[in-house]
Design a protein around this ligand. Structure first.
Ligand code: TRP
Length: 335
């Protein structure tokens, strides 16, 4: 199963809840294409979810891991070609995390945007794990000599931190870590909320009508499109310009990415449509996509013993590969 390509690709998602159309269009849709040319690690980052458990018990992880894995498979990740594994199954992630943590300053971690906003919004829930969140991410990535990381726009700062910490280590102890590049697709990073097209479509959004979940029933998803905020231009005008027409532009991007038609082709097609007709067309495209991907999801999700086998095999390989490299790290720091 292992290919001998030079490129090593890493990505992961927290199994913390439901995946959104934004996750899919912003990063997951591209994952499958990398598998034929690179050694790919697809991680299910369960330890990162524990950053939410200062005040409450988390008891959904096992199911969430299987859900997330099934979505990976539905997106075309092939366990024969790629390494799919659960973060906590490879203990060296946390071992490297400690080492890198000792090389990260409190100041730089406390200045990270995601940390600052958590501190501002929910100061009572802020634990050390949240502060160190980017250090664990850096460990995930650097442990496999990754040269390309696939993420959505929201993870960009964490990736820049990873690059910084790898360079710092190399400078002090001698070159060992590969400095990973970041792949963030251009259009997909702009998927916005349906009720508030000025804010990103995010699973943590309080208003579920902003967000299309991959697991939404078709009726619910289509209702969200129908009720999405556009504008009141009369006559209606359908063209792409996110600054003056954020709602329409957002629907155009969604339709474009899902139908694989360029925005300009769609602009021509929808030129004389009313907003209602336009939304009906977008709904049609979305419906086709959701039916296809949900069918695949349920197909994989119902065979739990197969899912466990995939994870077992993935963690075996991830453990093997990381152990080899970790020996070299230990040597560098003389432990
Ligand atoms: N923080 C990422 C998210 O919330 C998940 C993640 C954990 C990750 N480790 C990673 C992503 C390493 C890319 C690389 O989606």
């Amino acid at each position: 199963m292992q290919n001998s390509f030079k490129n090593v690709i890493f990505t992961g998602i927290q199994p913390s809840g439901m995946l959104t159309l934004g996750n899919y269009l912003g990063t997951m849709q591209y994952w499958r294409n990398f598998q034929n040319f690179s050694k790919c690690y697809f991680c299910i980052a369960d330890l990162h979810v524990l950053t939410n458990c200062l005040t409450k018990k988390i008891n959904f992880l096992k199911n969430s891991i299987l859900d997330t894995l099934s979505w990976y498979l539905a997106c075309g990740i092939n366990p024969e070609k790629s390494i799919i594994f659960v973060q906590s199954d490879v203990v060296l992630h946390t071992q490297l995390y400690w080492i890198l943590g000792c090389m990260s300053s409190f100041g730089e971690l406390s200045r990270m945007t995601q940390f600052k906003s958590k501190l501002l919004l929910q100061p009572k829930n802020v634990n050390l794990g949240l502060l160190n969140y980017p250090v664990l991410m850096a460990s995930d990535i650097l442990l496999y000599q990754t040269n390309l990381v696939l993420v959505g726009e929201d993870q960009k700062q964490h990736l820049e931190f990873t690059q910084k910490i790898a360079k710092r280590f190399n400078k002090i102890y001698g070159k060992i870590f590969v400095i990973p590049k970041i792949f963030i697709p251009n259009l997909g990073k702009k998927i916005m909320g349906l009720q508030n097209p000025l804010l990103k479509m995010s699973k943590t959004n309080k208003n579920v009508n902003n967000v299309i979940f991959l697991s939404d029933s078709i009726e619910v998803a289509l209702l969200k499109i129908k009720n999405s905020v556009t504008d009141s231009d009369t006559p209606p005008q359908i063209f792409y310009n996110p600054s003056i027409k954020p709602g329409i532009s957002n629907l155009l991007i969604i339709a474009s990415l899902l139908s694989k038609n360029s925005i300009s082709v769609l602009e021509k097609k929808f030129k004389n449509y009313t907003y209602q007709q336009f939304k009906e067309s977008v709904s049609e495209i979305l419906k086709k996509f959701l039916i296809r991907i949900q069918k695949l999801y349920f197909f994989y999700r119902k065979n739990e013993s197969k899912l466990y086998k995939i994870l077992e095999k993935g963690s075996y390989i991830a453990n093997l590969n990381s152990q080899k490299f970790f020996k070299k790290i230990r040597k560098k720091i003389n432990i």
